[in-house]
Design a protein around this ligand. Structure first.
Ligand code: AMP
Ligand code: MG
Length: 287
């Protein structure tokens, strides 16, 4: 599988209409993709251990998608491979009164990764150029005229790009993943959520309402992705009608980014080696 096919770094335009959400890559079937799971977990574990030990770079993984595209499952898949001490997950919901009293990046900045850590955002500040754009929610926030007279979303694309550049220049990688599902697949997933009592809790009244704005969301995604894809902080658009395929792609994306970082265990100095040898003697000769 070549993840470059799904990578947008600003050099080509992302056209959502031309994107096949049903792709399965070169996998023979679901079983074959799932048999890669163990390898992914081993690779992730090794790389994360070194990232944590080195403590130089941090990684921010952003998942964005329409409802029922598999964000939660993707987060679980990634988490299953890594040491919980080195990772945190944040879900971005409708902003609280306190959050709305700040600029929209505030709540994300507060929980941005530390060096050595992997932070996962389940939704993110991109909601502020997606749901907020689709429903013009910015008009409900008390913003000054001088802000509203500009194209607020064009301004936000710029601000987001600048923020991500800032992170990159300060030693953090930003991986942005859009789980792209078709409207048909969402319908199937919604029906499952309604028919399976164990999934009823996942279905909210608002989900059907948002589905009604499908085309507006697709346009907002296309615009946001094209405006914020850069070589340093690329977007990955992952075909997600087949969740098993999406998970395999996501694992490859994360592994390849960590390999690029190539974290190393700290080198032990000669002095320290001597000291360790002394401790060793003490332990061996302990009475
Ligand atoms: P879920 O992820 O399905 O639990 O739903 C979270 C909901 O919060 C989604 O409908 C998002 O669109 C919404 N949400 C997240 N961030 C924002 C935001 N900045 N403004 C308005 N709604 C948001
Ligand atoms: Mg939901």
């Amino acid at each position: 599988m070549n993840i470059k096919d799904f990578r947008f770094d600003g050099s080509k335009k992302f056209k959502i209409k031309n994107f096949d959400t049903k792709q399965e890559g070169s996998f023979k079937d679901r079983q074959e993709a799932e048999s890669r799971r163990e390898d992914h977990i081993m690779e992730l574990q090794g790389l994360q251990d070194r990232l944590y030990a080195e403590g130089k770079e941090g990684v921010l993984i952003i998942f964005q998608a329409m409802d029922a595209a598999g964000k939660d499952g993707a987060v679980k898949y990634v988490m299953s491979g890594i040491n919980p001490a080195g990772v945190s997950v944040h879900n971005f919901k409708v902003p609280s009164t306190e959050e709305l009293a700040h600029d929209y990046l505030w709540r994300a900045m507060k929980v941005a990764p530390q060096r050595g850590m992997i932070t996962i955002f389940n939704r993110s500040y991109y909601e502020d150029v997606l749901v907020v754009k689709v429903h013009s929610l910015h008009k409900k926030v008390s913003l000054p005229e001088r802000v509203l007279k500009n194209d607020i979303f064009e301004d936000r694309y710029k601000q987001i790009k600048n923020y991500e550049k800032h992170l990159h220049e300060n030693g953090f990688r930003v991986i942005k993943i859009f789980l792209n599902i078709s409207k048909d697949e969402q319908k199937k997933q919604f029906l499952q959520r309604i028919d399976d009592p164990a999934k009823n809790w996942k279905f909210g009244d608002g989900d059907i309402v948002e589905r009604g704005y499908w085309d507006n969301y697709m346009e907002a995604y296309e615009d946001a992705i094209n405006a914020t894809s850069t070589p340093e902080c690329p977007w990955y658009v992952v075909p997600s009608d087949k969740k098993w395929f999406a998970r395999a792609v996501i694992a490859e994306i994360i592994v390849s980014t960590l390999e690029e970082i190539d974290p190393k265990y700290p080198v032990v100095s000669e002095d320290r080696k001597k000291k360790l040898a002394e401790f060793r003697e003490l332990l061996i000769n302990e009475k």
